[in-house]
Design a protein around this ligand. Structure first.
Ligand SMILES: C[S@@+](CC[C@H](N)C(=O)[O-])C[C@H]1O[C@@H](n2cnc3c(N)ncnc32)[C@H](O)[C@@H]1O
Length: 501
C-alpha cells in the first residue's frame, strides 16, 4: 500500500562526514551512471510512465552490492536486512539507516526511502518514481528529467562567481555547476525538495551550495548572480496540483514573472538560462509576449522556439500517467483543464529556451527570436555563449564587421551538391551546418561558404573578401555590399565567430 510522502520523516545529513562516506561507498560499489544506463530498469523507469519497478525487482535478486543498491534506491523493493548487510556491509547500512536514506520495515526487511541515482559526476536524491505518489502528492520531488537535461546542456561549463539554481528541486543544476561556480544558492518553494537537495550536496561533499526556501525570487531579494539556471514549474494550467509542474499562478504567469525579473538578479555580463512553455493566444503570439516580457530587463536575449502543441495534445501529454493511476480523476481534470484553456483563448502552447545576458552599457539591448536548432550530442552551452558574441558583432557597423577577424567555428561543416551541367558537374547547392551541440543547417551562396572556410582568425573580413573578389575578377567595392549580408548571416548562426573566441 502506498502512503503519502509527507509521512516519511526528512533525511538527516547533519553529520556531513557520514553523508560523504555514504557517497564514497555507493560509488565505490559500482553504483554509477554507466551502470544505470546499461540497466534496462533505469531506462524504463526514467523514460516511461508505466510502473514496472515491481516486475523489474523480481529480476533483480539481492545477490550483490549493485543489486542491493538498485533494489533499495531505484526499484523501491524491500530486501532482507541480513542479506543487505552481507553484501553492502554494516557500515553502509548503518549510515543509511542513521541518515534515513533507508528505513526498517516489518519482517526484518529494509527499503530505500528515496530514489538515488548517479548522474555523471554526482549522486542525486529525489522521490521514488512512484506514479501514484507523483500524481497524488503535491510535494513529490522530481529527479533528473528530459527538461533538466535541456537546461543543463544550454549552460556553458566555465568558471563562474555566484550561481543561482532557481526552482532547484533536488539540486540537479546546482550539482552540475558545482565544479564551476565559486558559490551557489539553490532555491525552491518545496521544503521536501530542499531537504533532498541538502542531502545530495552532503553525499557529494559539495560544501559551497546553500539551499534556501523561497517563493520565486523572495529568498534572493537584492542579490545578483553571474549565472541563473531555471527549469521552473512551467506547465500551463488553471489550477495547481503538483509543485514540480505548475507554479500555481495560472496560465504561464509564473514563467512570465520569472523571466521579467531575471535581469534584476544578474551581474553585468551574467547569463540567465530559462526553459518554459509559453502560450500562443488566439490574438497574441508567444513571440510577441516573450518580447514584451524581456524588453526592459537590461539584457540581450536569445530565444529558441520549440515544439508547439494544441490544447488537447498538451493536456493528454501531461495527464497520461494520471490516466493509469486514477481514471476518474483523469477525466475530471482533463475536462476542467481543457475548458480553462478554451476559456482563456489558448491557441497553442510552445516550448521555449530563453537565454539572457545582462548588458546595461553601449547600444540598446537586442532580442533574437528563432526556431530551436536540433540539439545533438550533449552540452552546447559554449555554443550558446558564443552565439551572443557572434550576434553582437553581426549587429555592429559595416566598418567594425569589415575590420573584424573571424574564425570558422570548429563544429562548422559544409556540403556541396552538384548536378549534371552541359559539359561538367554544375554546383547546385551549398549548405552549412553545425556538427554537434546546436545543429543549425542552412543553405548559403557558394561564395559565402568559401568565405567561411577562409576565416582563419588572422585576416580581416575585408582582406578575405579582397581575395575572393580578386579570384572572381570583381572589385572589392562592388563585392562588399553583396557579401556583407551573407557574412552577417554566418555570424547569426555561429558558423563563424570573432577570432578571440
Ligand atoms: C520542473 S522542477 C525543476 C527541478 C530541477 N531544477 C530540474 O532542473 O530538474 C520545478 C521546481 O520548481 C519548484 N517551485 C514551484 N513553485 C515554486 C515557487 N513559487 N518558487 C520557487 N520554486 C518553486 C518546485 O518545487 C520544483 O522543485
Amino acid at each position: 500500500m502506498t502512503t503519502g510522502i509527507e509521512e516519511t520523516p526528512p533525511l538527516d545529513v547533519s553529520d556531513r562526514a557520514a553523508a560523504r562516506r555514504i557517497g564514497e561507498l555507493v560509488r565505490a560499489y559500482g553504483y554509477t551512471r554507466e551502470l544505470h544506463m546499461s540497466n534496462e530498469a533505469f531506462q524504463v523507469i526514467d523514460h516511461d510512465v508505466r510502473d514496472n519497478r515491481h516486475l523489474l525487482a523480481k529480476h533483480t535478486p539481492p545477490v550483490g552490492k549493485v543489486e542491493c543498491l538498485t533494489r533499495a534506491f531505484l526499484l523501491d523493493a524491500p530486501t532482507g536486512e541480513n542479506i543487505a548487510r552481507q553484501h553492502l556491509g554494516d557500515e553502509l547500512v548503518d549510515l543509511c539507516l542513521r541518515t534515513r536514506l533507508m528505513e526498517r520495515l516489518e519482517g526484518g526487511l529494509i527499503r530505500g526511502t528515496v530514489n538515488l541515482v548517479s548522474n555523471d559526476e554526482f549522486l542525486l536524491v529525489s522521490d521514488h518514481n512512484d506514479p501514484v505518489r507523483r500524481e497524488k502528492d503535491r510535494n513529490w520531488v522530481m529527479g533528473h528529467s528530459a527538461s533538466s537535461e535541456r537546461l543543463t546542456y544550454s549552460m556553458e561549463m566555465r568558471p563562474y562567481g555566484r550561481m543561482l539554481d532557481l526552482c532547484c528541486g533536488s539540486g540537479v543544476q546546482a550539482f552540475h555547476m558545482a565544479p564551476h561556480a565559486r558559490e551557489i544558492v539553490a532555491i525552491d518553494a518545496n521544503e521536501r525538495a530542499l531537504n533532498f537537495g541538502r542531502a545530495g550536496a552532503a553525499l557529494n561533499g559539495f560544501d559551497h551550495i546553500e539551499f534556501r526556501h523561497t517563493d520565486l525570487y523572495s529568498a534572493v531579494e537584492g542579490e545578483t548572480f553571474d549565472l541563473i539556471g531555471a527549469n521552473p514549474p512551467f506547465v500551463v494550467k488553471g489550477s495547481s496540483r503538483q509543485l514540480f509542474a505548475d507554479g500555481g499562478m495560472g496560465a504561464d504567469r509564473f514563467s512570465e514573472k520569472l523571466i521579467r525579473e531575471a535581469g534584476a538578479h544578474l551581474n553585468e555580463g551574467g547569463f540567465a538560462h530559462v526553459i518554459s512553455d509559453v502560450i500562443n493566444y488566439t490574438d497574441e503570439s508567444a513571440e510577441d509576449r516573450l518580447r514584451g516580457w524581456v524588453k526592459d530587463n537590461g539584457c540581450d536575449v536569445l530565444i529558441f522556439a520549440g515544439v508547439q502543441m494544441f490544447p488537447p495534445q498538451y493536456v493528454d501529454a501531461w495527464l497520461s500517467s494520471l490516466l493509469k493511476v486514477d481514471p476518474e480523476r483523469y477525466t475530471a481534470e482533463r475536462t476542467e483543464w481543457l475548458s480553462y484553456l478554451t476559456e482563456v483563448r489558448v491557441a497553442a502552447i510552445q516550448h521555449h529556451f530563453v537565454g539572457m545576458r545582462k548588458r546595461t552599457t553601449g547600444e540598446p539591448n537586442w532580442i533574437i527570436y528563432g526556431p530551436v536548432p536540433k540539439a545533438v550530442g550533449g552540452h552546447y552551452g559554449h555554443q550558446v555563449a558564443r552565439l551572443f558574441r557572434c550576434i553582437d558583432l553581426m549587429r555592429a557597423s559595416d566598418e567594425i564587421v569589415l575590420n573584424a577577424k573571424l574564425r570558422v567555428a570548429p563544429e562548422t561543416r559544409m556540403t556541396m551538391l552538384f548536378e549534371p551541367g552541359e559539359r561538367n558537374w554544375k554546383q547546385s547547392e551549398t549548405k552549412l551546418l553545425l556538427d554537434g551541440g546546436l545543429s543549425f543547417s542552412k543553405e548559403v551562396p557558394g561564395a559565402i561558404g568559401r568565405f567561411a572556410g577562409l576565416c582563419d582568425g588572422e585576416r580581416t573580413v575585408s582582406e578575405i573578401l579582397g581575395v575572393l573578389a580578386q579570384a572572381a575578377g570583381i572589385s572589392l567595392d562592388d563585392t562588399i555590399p553583396h557579401a556583407l549580408p551573407g557574412v552577417r548571416d554566418l555570424l547569426a548562426f555561429g558558423y563563424v565567430a570573432p577570432a578571440a573566441d
